[in-house]
Design a protein around this ligand. Structure first.
Ligand SMILES: Cc1ncc(COP(=O)(O)O)c(C=O)c1O
Length: 389
């Protein structure tokens, strides 16, 4: 038997479900609605800017905290969209995607034995990062179909070891956009117990039906305790460039920067220069982005409803969660295997996003960040699903 080199800490996590489902999609020639990446390119002007940055010689290590012009562009963006004021020299850093931002933030401020409250379903890197930092995860279930925070349960999870809450709004995989009232109640709890909050806001520009994203840091008492994480990969449809952002008050940002220097040191230079151009996009860019994704969401929602899934209409992000029990299955992994191998459409079994697996076992997540022709082809295949009751 070959030796297992993986640390005991990491053994429970295994390989990521995204890699597994993408492999299954390829093997079965299935349409891949599993992983959340667009099957189209981001804007031409940003691609052009990257080529120009390479040709202009921006090819050596970038400033470890991020290209200054990009940090300034991000400061301007937070000011313009949300009235939040971050100092680009001390309160903004560029990291290798939101994933590094989450990992580095957690590893820099969580001590061994500290407890972190994670809302499930979660982005799957949160528990791994907390565990790698030596922290302990405490899970709060957001229940289908409303995905509401049960604030009494939240408070009951807090004790003298609790250091942090992680929130994700707009939320992957549910598509929920947390309301001001919910964020204010969360804020009261965070202030009362002096907790740091990571607010993962990678889908901040993808909200539908007039819903507005509210940054957690904009709620009273939260600026000084919130680490806001975002990703240009989602806003500009360039997930492969891995340019993420961290905005936090100077003392927290300094901690994150310390770890970042030794994890990655610096993020790809020409892509950072190109993203400066991205942030110069006019307001119409954001409006068109919403229209573009609303159309895709509506297409996907109609397909799923017509086939017999019970869906929750997402108000944000580019995912839809659906209940598949009409098709006679009771287990999400089995249903997703059947979908990929027989119907030839790949989706994600959401138990991968739950510690308390039973809450996700009758659900499936579809990503609709795909070309309309991809979504139409998936609709054709999904229509062969048979309702069994
Ligand atoms: C909620 C959430 N956070 C973070 C990320 C990671 O973003 P990035 O690709 O910038 O690392 C994702 C990507 O799917 C996500 O859905």
């Amino acid at each position: 038997m070959s030796k297992n080199y993986l640390t005991s800490k990491l053994q429970p996590f295994g390989s990521s479900i995204f890699a597994e489902m993408t492999k299954m999609a390829l093997e079965n020639n299935a349409i891949n609605l599993s992983q959340g990446f667009p099957d189209f390119d981001g804007p031409e002007f940003i691609k052009q800017a990257a080529c120009e940055a390479i040709n202009a010689g921006h090819n050596q290590y970038a400033n470890t905290f991020g290209v200054p012009a990009l940090r300034k562009a991000i400061a301007d963006k937070y000011n313009k969209f949300y009235g939040l004021s971050y100092n680009p020299d001390t309160e903004i850093s560029i990291l290798a995607g939101a994933t590094e931002a989450i990992f580095t933030t957690i590893i820099s401020i969580i001590n061994s034995g500290d407890e972190v409250i994670i809302m499930e379903p979660y982005y799957d890197s949160y528990p791994v990062a907390v565990t790698m930092a030596g922290g302990l995860c405490r899970y709060l279930t957001l229940e289908f179909p409303d995905f509401k925070i049960d604030f009494e349960k939240l408070e009951s999870l807090i004790n003298n070891k609790t250091r942090m809450i992680i929130i994700n709004t707009p939320h992957n995989p549910s598509g929920k956009v947390f309301s001001r009232a919910e964020l204010e109640t969360l804020a009261k709890i965070a202030v009362k117990h002096d907790l740091t909050v990571i607010s993962d806001e990678v889908y901040e520009h993808l909200t539908f039906d007039g819903e507005k994203h509210i940054p957690t840091a904009s709620i009273e008492g939260m600026f000084e305790r919130t680490v806001t994480i975002s990703s240009t990969g989602k806003t500009f449809s360039m997930t492969g460039w891995k340019i993420g952002t961290v905005c936090a008050p100077a003392p927290i940002c300094a901690a994150v920067r310390t770890a970042h220097q030794y994890v990655i040191f610096a993020v790809a230079t020409p892509f950072q220069h190109a993203m400066v151009k991205g942030f110069e996009a006019p307001d119409s860019f954001y409006k068109e982005l919403i229209e573009f994704y609303t159309k895709k969401r509506d297409m996907m929602a109609k397909t799923l409803t017509d086939c017999g899934f019970k869906i929750v209409m997402p108000k944000g992000s580019y995912f839809i969660m659906a209940d598949f029990t009409n098709f006679g299955f009771t287990n999400d992994v089995e249903f997703c295997k059947y979908l990929a191998s027989q119907i030839k459409v790949a989706a994600i079994p959401p138990t991968a996003f739950y510690f308390n697996k039973r809450h996700g076992e009758k659900l499936v997540r579809f990503a609709f960040c795909k070309k309309e022709e991809t979504l139409a082809a998936a609709a054709g295949r999904l229509s062969s699903l048979k309702i069994s009751r």
